[in-house]
Design a binder for this molecule. Sequence first.
Ligand code: TRP
Ligand code: ZN
Length: 493
Amino acid sequence: MHRRLIAPGALAAASLLLAIPASAAEASPGAPGIGDPYYPYYGNGGYDVSHYDLRLTYRPSTDELSGTATISARTTQSLNRFNLDFLLDVSEVRVNGNAARFATSGEHELEITPKSPLAKDTPVTVVVRYSGVPSTKSAYGFTTWHRTPDGAIAADEPEAAWWWFPSNDHPSDKATYDVSVAVPDGTQALSNGTLQSTSSQRGWTRYNWRQNKPQATYLTTLALGRFDVTTATSDGGVPVLNAYSKDLGDNDGAARASVERTGEIVDWLSGYLGPYPFSSAGGYVPNTTTGYALETQTRVYYSPKQFAGGSNTSVVVHELAHQWYGDDVSIAGWKDIWLNEGFARYAQWLWSEHEGEGTAQELADYTYASHPADDPFWTVAPGDPGPDNQFAAAVYDRGALAVQALRNAVGDETFFAILKGWPKSHAYGNASVGDFRAYAEGVAGRSLKALFDTWLYDTVRPAQPAVASARGTAPVRPASWTKIQATNDVHGG
Ligand code: TRP
Ligand code: ZN
């Protein structure tokens, strides 16, 4: 009995092995993480996504989200299994048209076993049919899906996608998007890029958004709710679409007085950073209780609290600067976060100067002076801050000090050439801090190793910059200081 059961199985296995081509026989599972040391399980190994097509339906009253994700990818190894990152309930998966087996594992892994192994370097189409109530799902004990009185919002960093679409959730795998969402008439669905069309039938309106330039998963946003939408075109020709919850209360005026400056600020930033890289710009202010803003690509997320103290163009400058530093050129790994935050903060310093509220040098001097040598601020290395300090004040403020140190070392002409040339040199791609140093050294024509080591990697307070010490007196607090510091409160409640 025993033997009879074993023997046919062994025979079948042997003939199967013979039938499978060598490459597929070597197929192995894709890694459950893409290899980011800060977040070992974020993203996945073995493939590279080029496009996400999300066709969804959302009911604000129950927070039910359902639909289909069609993912176009290319394998980077031969795969007998691969993962997506996702939390909602999956009912069906197809790979290249064939039904595939699937299971969940870990905190947010969806493991997919295609009917037959996938050869290396071939195109693959994955269809995931799903539904669920995102607000009931958590990973590592937290959720970043934000319910509002009129709907919900997906906008968070570094994780937001798990609650609404299956993905290779890491900034190094950028893709284009079509996001199509049906909501009850009267509710709107907002996402990145341009609104291609809307259609209505039987009480539901479908919004079709398109992002035609590569976009990182954490920069992909979804807002469901009741909004007032404004549209315009900047003097520089950039189409602008902004949206305000109908329910912003006392913050409504200040929110509009800030975010309606988007076109002007995009054009102003273009003078420093080069042509705006995307087909649309704008922001939205939903009725959330969060405190932060986020540089979601082309459609920035602003918490109403950012405007509780009155209008705030500084935060608009910060988030729009990210469209070049973070969105167009995205970080290679999460340790490279200085490339985002150091430069977005520096753009706020340049805006302060533009507004007559303190020069970048004055802000640098004051920032340096406000952290004594024994301040733990100096123990965070902006060039590799570690996951716990990824968004520490030092990444922003010491990060911008590093930018000012670079400016003083190479001189204004070279510095502004670097500032504008960098986004172009890695347009729509990814880059690391090391890549930036190499680029800056190329433009400057000399090594900048000592400068980068001192300002980005040393865990002690660097010696006082010559420019500041030459002044001799204690720096005065620039008028823009308080507002800029307020944008540090990224996780503010
Ligand atoms: N990148 C955001 C900014 O520049 C800040 C941020 C950090 C953030 N961590 C976050 C935003 C978490 C939302 C959620 O303003
Ligand atoms: Zn930022």
